[in-house]
Design a protein around this ligand. Structure first.
Ligand SMILES: Nc1ncnc2c1ncn2[C@@H]1O[C@H](COP(=O)(O)OP(=O)(O)OP(=O)(O)O)[C@@H](O)[C@H]1O
Length: 297
């Protein structure tokens, strides 16, 4: 399949902040890719590199095989950044015309507005839109230039459930007609509703790049913590993916099978106290997995 956008060993620093750390990934024609990660993971930085707003500190980024700084390549993409400032005095229809005028091909204005549930607002001034309506318009504008590839940075922020669904429908219909999308989110539910391929980022690194099903399995892990003076062979316990030992003998094991793990702890006769089982955050789950080799218990 044709690669539309590619990051190869990309590092991006802001002063001494390492926002991206040797990230490599391809976005292929026809994919709807979810980029999932917590605040500060590097999602927006990656989008900014792909759309040519920033350059990598090292490594290479290509767009349609060329440079993301090349206007000829940028005309083939659409973008909704995390925040947009639209002119308050312009009407919705005028903003769509204005943005469309920058591109050789246009999506039909009325079809575009209908796709994002904005048809009734075509004559409304931006200043008179609600926050959710503004956000939907900002997302619709990414599609105004009939793009091949669209980057959406947290498109549903601030939307209620119904508006979110209608936005997902708009994105999905573009994808079903052959369009390619990279969409970021903090929420696995959002990515799950949209994407089959999920890239999980944390601390500037790609922690997983897999199908939604595989990522879901990993997210099902639990953290089992307890205090034990002596625990050997922790990695032979059921489903253990990673482990940490804190001061005071507190042990935390990340496992896919907390029930069996606890049973084995008890039947194995290791003295322990202060047992706690809880859900992990997505980032914790992936960091535990990636740091398994480095774990010392
Ligand atoms: N212009 C900048 N100057 C300095 N540091 C920056 C700048 N832009 C981003 N960073 C830092 O780079 C890291 C990655 O930020 P980025 O915005 O890419 O993350 P993100 O995953 O998009 O986060 P969020 O979900 O909060 O939008 C963070 O530590 C952030 O503070």
């Amino acid at each position: 399949m044709t690669v539309l956008a590619q990051a190869a060993e990309v590092t991006r620093r802001y002063g001494n902040v390492l926002a991206l750390d040797r990230v490599s990934l391809d976005i292929r024609a026809g994919e709807l890719v979810g980029l999932l990660g917590p605040n500060g993971a590097g999602k927006s930085t990656l989008i900014n590199l792909f759309v040519g707003l920033r350059r990598p500190t090292s490594g290479t980024v290509t767009l349609f095989g060329g440079s993301p700084q090349d206007p000829a390549m940028r005309r083939r993409i659409g973008v909704t950044p995390q925040e947009t400032g639209l002119p308050e005095a312009l009407r919705v229809g005028e903003v769509v015309d204005f943005v469309s005028a920058h591109f050789p091909e246009h999506a039909g204005k009325h079809e575009l507005l209908a796709r994002f549930g904005l048809s009734d607002l075509v004559k409304r001034q931006i200043g008179g839109l609600s926050g959710g309506q503004r956000r939907r318009l900002a997302v619709a504008l990414a599609f105004a230039g009939d793009p091949e590839l669209v980057f959406l940075d947290e498109p549903t922020t601030g939307l209620d459930v119904e508006a979110r669904r209608s936005l997902w429908d708009g994105i999905t219909s573009f994808h079903e007609q052959g369009g390619t999308v990279l969409v970021t989110s903090h929420y696995i539910e959002e990515i799950e509703a949209l994407a089959r391929r999920v890239i999980v980022v944390g601390h500037g690194r790609v922690l997983a790049d897999d199908t939604m099903e595989s990522v879901r399995d990993i997210v099902g892990v639990r953290r089992v913590s307890f205090t034990a003076a002596d625990l050997r062979d922790w990695d032979a316990l059921p489903g253990v993916l990673g482990a940490e030992r804190a001061a005071g003998g507190r042990v935390s094991l990340v496992t896919t099978d907390p029930d069996r793990l606890v049973v084995e702890l008890v039947t194995g006769g290791t003295p322990f106290s202060g047992l706690e089982v809880r859900q992990t955050t997505l980032e914790e789950a992936f960091l535990a997995i990636t740091s398994k080799e480095a774990a010392h218990v």
